[in-house]
Design a protein around this ligand. Structure first.
Ligand code: DQA
Length: 145
């Protein structure tokens, strides 16, 4: 099983960026924990981080025929990128949206995800553990296929 983990804009600054909201763990630490979990599950993890919408879309396209599913934290693109939503819908791979923070108890503009409707589900609000929960959920979906 191969899982692509996509992190969108500003997530490269995890650890220094608004630690009161996103915690003090760096993206590298989060990815290392994801990698350890994937090993436990017998899965391979392909990590991508980009601050640009086009690169994220290219990564999603690149998962086609290569990966069995995608975990994505689209960052602020969550709330308005119809292009990323269309890419997820186009590749027909199971996708789990994840967020460190609970986007539903924050500013109103964060309450909407235009991407979640084309995902199998959304996990948010558990800090770095959101990613681990998302990987477990995605692995279950892939195994049930
Ligand atoms: C985020 C939530 C988004 O609203 C925000 O723009 C981010 C991070 C999260 O992981 O909590 O960049 O995706």
């Amino acid at each position: 099983m191969k899982i692509m983990l996509i992190n969108g804009p500003n997530l490269n600054l995890l650890g220094v960026r608004e630690p009161g909201v996103y915690g003090t763990e760096t993206l590298n630490t989060v990815i290392e924990k994801c990698q350890a979990l994937c090993e436990e599950l017998g899965a391979e993890l392909v990590g991508v981080q980009s601050n640009s919408e086009g690169e994220i879309i290219d990564a999603i396209h690149g998962a086609m025929g290569v990966c069995d599913g995608i975990v994505i934290n689209p960052g602020a693109y969550t709330h308005y990128s119809y292009a990323i939503r269309d890419a997820v819908a186009a590749v027909k791979l199971p996708c789990v949206e994840t967020h460190l923070s609970n986007i539903h108890n924050r500013e109103e503009f964060r309450h909407t995800s235009v991407i979640a409707p084309v995902c199998v589900g959304q996990i948010c609000g558990f800090g770095g553990d959101s990613y681990l929960l998302a990987i477990r959920a995605l692995a279950d979906v892939i195994n049930r296929k």
